[in-house]
Design a protein around this ligand. Structure first.
Ligand SMILES: NC(=O)c1ccc[n+]([C@@H]2O[C@H](COP(=O)([O-])OP(=O)(O)OC[C@H]3O[C@@H](n4cnc5c(N)ncnc54)[C@H](OP(=O)(O)O)[C@@H]3O)[C@@H](O)[C@H]2O)c1
Length: 270
């Protein structure tokens, strides 16, 4: 895999550096770029990874991982353009940005792989979906897959599915956090101390996630197994259906997909 440079070590960039180190990568094989010297010093202190300028990153790294916010991509592309080419590998973690944008702005033949990761990367439980750009080969994909396998699970999807992936697993952890927050509030409503409500819900979420991840039963069966005739759960399910929670989720994820499409369109004319 060689040296990996993370351009923009914010939440996701830091999670990747940390996951790669935990996965056995040497700090000497990792680099990052940042805008603020204090942030660079903080990260170097925490992980022993060196902060560099983009030029040094492009020179030294075999893989350049772009992890800035989509709205900050322009200056990064301008800086990268004279520094990369067909022998580089550019990996974009930016929501909504198509590989075609990079291919237009970087020298012809520069391989680009688009990735949609998510924040559970910080606990090595990321879900990342990868898609090759037009110059990325199976070998490039393998390099990216190996890198991301250090921090979670990886799936390959056609790039046309990336907006849907962004809405589902990119933003997905936020929906679970929102649900947990609301369920803790319900515990408060029922008179439980907050700490107890939190423990009950968080451990239930961990247990349910483990059962789902085992994959031996479909989620519908798992839910039915907790739903006894005339029991408590079916009364709760009736309220969830009455309040349109299923429809709300469909609409919410569709709205997230639309926003991802919009972020990509903002760069179509560049
Ligand atoms: N967070 C998520 O859940 C998530 C999930 C999937 C994908 N992503 C994608 O991951 C990317 C990063 O998201 P994030 O949440 O990690 O954002 P973030 O915390 O804001 O991190 C971006 C970092 O890049 C730095 N930066 C901006 N322009 C730079 C430049 N020209 N050179 C060097 N550093 C630069 C920023 O510095 P400043 O502080 O100065 O702005 C910031 O530290 C986004 O494109 C997002 O779509 C995020």
């Amino acid at each position: 895999m060689g040296t990996i440079a993370v351009l923009g070590a914010g939440k996701i960039g830091e999670a990747l550096l940390s996951g790669l180190l935990q996965g056995g990568r040497d700090a000497g094989e990792l680099l990052f770029t940042e805008r603020h010297p204090e942030r660079s010093a903080e990260l170097t202190g925490r992980y022993g990874v060196r902060a560099v300028e983009v030029a040094e990153a492009a020179e030294a790294a075999d893989v350049l991982v772009v992890a800035v916010k989509p709205q900050d991509i322009e200056p990064v592309l301008t800086e990268l353009a004279p520094l990369v080419g067909p022998s580089s590998l550019v990996v974009s973690l930016c929501a909504g940005l198509p590989t075609a944008l990079y291919e237009r702005r970087l020298p012809e033949g520069t391989p680009v792989v688009r990735v949609m990761p998510n924040t559970p990367m910080v606990v090595n439980e990321a879900m990342s979906a990868i898609s090759p750009g037009k110059y990325a080969t199976a070998d490039h994909l393998k390099v990216v897959e190996e890198m991301l396998a250090c921090v979670g699970k990886v799936v390959e999807v056609p790039e046309t599915h990336q907006d849907a992936v962004t809405a589902l697993s990119g933003s997905g952890p936020a929906y679970f956090f929102f649900l947990v927050e609301a369920m803790i509030d319900a515990g408060i409503l029922l008179g439980l101390p907050r700490a107890v409500a939190e423990q009950l819900i968080v451990q239930s979420a961990v247990g349910a996630a483990k059962m789902l991840a085992e994959g031996t039963e479909h989620p519908v069966i798992l839910r039915e197994n907790v739903t006894s005739p005339a029991g408590t759960t079916i009364n709760a399910i009736r309220e969830l259906e009455k309040h349109g929670v299923r429809a709300a989720l469909l609409a919410a994820i569709e709205a997230a997909r639309d926003r991802s499409v919009q972020l990509g369109k903002a760069h179509e004319q560049d």
